[in-house]
Every structure is written in structure tokens, then in C-alpha cells.
Write a protein that binds this ligand. Structure first.
Ligand code: PMP
Length: 307
């Protein structure tokens, strides 16, 4: 029987018992950093594969460093806790793991350097975040992406996600699937929960790390697969909004969203308005990789039950 559990204050507990004091710094000031890790269920293998756990935990530790977290967070130890928690939950479906390091102090005041911090991890079932087949319709948000001079977007900071939330709600309330955010310079940064890739003349192009994006693990994987398996050139460079209207293909990448083709930007169809050929090929390759169907990439996966 599956059970939703958390790792909280040093123990594995049922999710109902993982509760925070209302005075917690992270709750008052958004001072937590987090990750999302996918567990992908393969019914034929009867196996749950966790994707790139170590990469996610390395990014968590980097985010914690940017937020001046003081605790010592050992990436191997946290990775082991993630796998152990997943095993204890016993899910036989697609799921999602959320490790967080949060400022657990109870004092008033926003300073972050002198506040105690702790690790927590929770798990939940999670099916498709975006419809993988329909193709996403997106709009350029009127909300600009936070700048590295305000809140660094390369750190996955809880409070920063108010920026993403404003953009997501604007898009959804306007009948779109997702928002694309421009940075303070007016260049394309990323989706509200995904990185963005544009294809023009057979080249895959994505904004550089310095354009206020999260340094996406799915993005890295998709660009790697494009280069290795499809022999396509890959480029990181600044993208203008108007280029999105003349792109041959667009797709978004993210732990929750996987590889999702974009079919419309600001009501302008992308290409012929259908999910692009390369986007769909990459989507399939990525899906096969994360579900353990591509043995050459099994080092990306941790099988939860079969180890
Ligand atoms: N950008 C933002 C703002 C995100 O929240 C996410 C999801 N983590 C991504 C990009 C994609 O990153 P990743 O592929 O590492 O999940």
C-alpha cells in the first residue's frame, strides 16, 4: 500500500505529521530553496525510475549556498534520503519529490545569514503537468523575470516563485497554457516553470545562463539528446521576442512538463500550428530515457525498487 510521507526534522513521517510553526522564517519571508525530482513509473518493468537525482541535489546545494544557508548539506546523503523516502512511499505511478532547505528560525526580521536552516523532503503522485500531446499555447507575460540583481533566478528560491505565479495566472486567466517571461532587458528568459527552446533553420537555440533563467536539468538533457541522437546543432544565445513569431518550432522543458511542444505564441501559430517534428522526436527520446527504455542512458536513473 502506498503512503504519502515526508522526511521532516530528521525522521521519515506520514505527511500529516510534517507541519511547520507559523513563525518559521521561510514561511514569513519566502526563504526556502527547493527542487523537483520526477519518479517515472514503467508498468512493463514494474519499476519507478528517479531521474537525475544527483543533478537536482547538486542544484539544491548551490541554491542553498546562494541563500547563505549555514547547515552542511552533503549531496550524497540527501540523494540517499530521497531514494529511501521514495521507496517507503511505495508508489506505482508517476510521482514527484520535493526536497527543500528552509530557514527554520522563528525570529522576526528578513536577514538570512544568521538564521538556522533545515532539510525537508516530501513526495506526491504527479501525472502530466502539461498535456504532452496537445501542444502548449503560450503568451508573453506582462510580468518581467526577476533579475539576478534582485533575486537570482538560477537559485530555486520559494519567494521568487511569486514572480512565476503572477505570470502563470495571467496566462491561464487569458486562456493560455503557460507564460513566457522576458527579462529586464526585454529578451526571452523562460517559461514560468520551464526553459524554452526555439528551432530556426535546423538549429536548437536556448537563452544563455546569464539571461535570468533556471539552469534546467531537462533542458541540458534535451539539448544533449538533440546533439547526440538527432545530430542537430545547439546554440545558447539571447533570443528576441519577435524571433518566437518566426521560429520553425518551439518547445518547453521541465521536470514537471518534460518536453512539451509549443504550438502558439501570443496567438501567432508556431510553424503550421502543430507540434513540430523535431520537438516530437525529442519528446519521445526523452520519455524513453526517463522510463528506462534507453539502456544507454540508464546511468541517469535510479530504480527505486530493483536496486
Ligand atoms: N525554469 C523554471 C522557472 C522552473 O521552475 C523549472 C522547473 N524546475 C525549469 C525552468 C526547468 O528546470 P528543470 O528542467 O531542471 O526542472
Amino acid at each position: 500500500m502506498s503512503q504519502q510521507m515526508a522526511y521532516f526534522e530528521g525522521k521519515f513521517v506520514p505527511i500529516e505529521d510534517a507541519n511547520l510553526n507559523v513563525m518559521t522564517h521561510a514561511f514569513n519571508y519566502g526563504s526556502a530553496v527547493f527542487e523537483g525530482i520526477r519518479g517515472n513509473w514503467n508498468p512493463a518493468h514494474e519499476e519507478l525510475y528517479l531521474f537525475k537525482v544527483r543533478e537536482h541535489i547538486d542544484r539544491l546545494v548551490q541554491s542553498a549556498r546562494i541563500l547563505r544557508m549555514n547547515g552542511t548539506y552533503d549531496a550524497d546523503e540527501i540523494s540517499n534520503l530521497v531514494v529511501e523516502l521514495a521507496r517507503r512511499c511505495d508508489y506505482k505511478e508517476d510521482m514527484y519529490i520535493r526536497p527543500m532547505v528552509y530557514k527554520s528560525g522563528l525570529d522576526i526580521g528578513p536577514a538570512i545569514h544568521s538564521v538556522e536552516d533545515k532539510l525537508l523532503i516530501y513526495v506526491r503522485p504527479l501525472g502530466d503537468y502539461l498535456d504532452p500531446n496537445a501542444g502548449a499555447t503560450v503568451m508573453t507575460s506582462s510580468w518581467r523575470r526577476v533579475d539576478d540583481t534582485s533575486i537570482p533566478a538560477r537559485a530555486k528560491v520559494s519567494g521568487l516563485y511569486v514572480n512565476n505565479g503572477l505570470a502563470t495566472s495571467e496566462a491561464k486567466q487569458n486562456g493560455m497554457t503557460e507564460a513566457i517571461m522576458l527579462n529586464q532587458d526585454g529578451h526571452v528568459s523562460e517559461g514560468a516553470g520551464e526553459n524554452l527552446v526555439m528551432i530556426r533553420n535546423g538549429v536548437l537555440i536556448s537563452p544563455p545562463q546569464s539571461d535570468n533563467i533556471l539552469e534546467g536539468i531537462t533542458l541540458d538533457t534535451a539539448l544533449f539528446l538533440a546533439s547526440e541522437k538527432l545530430n542537430l546543432p545547439v546554440e545558447r544565445r539571447t533570443i528576441d521576442r519577435s524571433e518566437l513569431y518566426i521560429a520553425d518550432e518551439l518547445f518547453m522543458t521541465g521536470t514537471a512538463a518534460h518536453v512539451t511542444p509549443v504550438t502558439e505564441v501570443d496567438r501567432v501559430p508556431v510553424g503550421d500550428g502543430q507540434p513540430g517534428v523535431v520537438s516530437r522526436k525529442l519528446q519521445k527520446l526523452f520519455f524513453d530515457a526517463i522510463t528506462g527504455e534507453l539502456t544507454e542512458y540508464e546511468s541517469w536513473l535510479i530504480p527505486v525498487y530493483g536496486e
